[in-house]
Design a protein around this ligand. Structure first.
Ligand SMILES: NC(=O)c1ccc[n+]([C@@H]2O[C@H](COP(=O)([O-])OP(=O)(O)OC[C@H]3O[C@@H](n4cnc5c(N)ncnc54)[C@H](OP(=O)(O)O)[C@@H]3O)[C@@H](O)[C@H]2O)c1
Length: 281
């Protein structure tokens, strides 16, 4: 498995997304727990979740899955709602998440998207729970380059460790200024929804991608995931709720591209040449 430095640690270059986990019947939930366990056993050591996912149900699934694993061998990212981004509510939300997750700390805690609370207050709240040992690091999600600049200008804003945004072959806006901005400042980038989310609802897939995948002998989805992590600077967090999908994604983490293949894909989906509003889900 290819690795990446994430949150100051060597980590697998793919993590496991959990949106919509815990929302099905018992059998489906058991399968999700099994996928997370298999992932940890196969060296995937990052799990992405949020208080929003199933109103805490996804965090509970993660809590079940990690029970018998060494806590310091993997990292958990969770996120709080923008309307919980105040000094008081951050701690309250975090404590609830920790309880559901069966753990006493998070590796990374993210503001899920920007809301009404001033960034300075949110950062103060995050620094306080970090000082209390409840989180190792904090970050944000769905932030643009301008948002990141504004964040850097508030007290302790430069302590932001992570920004998590939508990133896949059909949605490349972050490449223009955000990825270079974060790389220069050592702010880790997580790309979410490599397959355009559930049932690929946000994927604008063109037929030619299938031709590139077929000539490589991989599935379109394996190609999409491998493409997201091609630079070695992006941690991608696919979600799978079938064992077959999970196994295919695990394999995809080791797929590499020739320059010709990258050029062919660039022709189908060109890299951005100017700043655009970022896509989000
Ligand atoms: N920060 C944010 O605002 C934000 C927003 C969105 C997502 N996220 C995070 O990113 C994670 C991933 O994004 P996502 O859940 O939106 O969707 P995604 O990972 O882009 O796509 C999930 C869809 O792809 C299918 N799939 C997975 N592996 C496949 C494979 N090998 N072949 C064919 N289909 C496959 C899944 O089917 P099955 O489920 O049936 O296996 C599901 O329908 C989330 O779970 C969440 O943790 C964060």
């Amino acid at each position: 498995m290819k690795t990446i430095t994430f949150n100051h640690r060597e980590s697998s270059i793919i993590g496991m997304g959990t949106w919509r986990y815990g929302e099905g019947d018992l059998l489906k939930t058991q399968r999700e727990i099994e996928i997370l366990k298999q992932g940890l056993n196969h060296g995937i050591n990052v799990i992405d979740t949020a208080e929003m996912y199933g109103n805490g149900k996804a965090e509970k699934v993660v809590g079940q899955a990690i029970k018998n694993f060494d806590r310091d061998k993997f990292q958990i990212i969770s996120k709080f709602y923008p309307y919980h981004a105040t000094l008081e509510l951050i701690k309250e939300s975090l404590e609830k998440s920790l309880k559901r997750l069966n753990t006493d700390y998070l590796d990374v805690y993210l503001l899920h998207w920007r809301g009404q609370t001033p960034l300075a207050e949110t950062v103060e709240g995050l620094e306080a729970v970090k000082k209390a040992g409840l989180i190792k690091s904090w970050g944000v999600s769905n932030f643009s380059t301008d948002d990141m600049k504004e964040l850097a200008s508030v007290p302790n804003g430069e302590n932001c460790q992570v920004n998590e945004d939508l990133y896949n072959l059909t949605s490349r806006g972050v490449e223009y200024s955000l990825l270079p901005y974060q790389k220069e400042r050592n702010i880790d980038f997580i790309g979410y929804s490599p397959f355009g989310s559930d049932n690929n609802a946000f994927l604008n897939l063109k037929g030619e991608v299938g031709e590139v995948a077929a000539s490589k002998g991989v599935s379109i989805f394996q190609l999409l995931l491998a493409w997201c992590i091609r630079s070695g600077n992006v941690l991608s967090i696919p979600k799978a709720s079938s064992i077959e999908h999970f196994a295919a994604n695990l394999e995809a983490a080791d797929i590499t591209f020739t320059n010709d293949e990258i050029e062919a894909l660039d022709k189908i989906y060109p890299a951005p040449t100017h700043e655009t509003p970022l896509d989000s889900i």
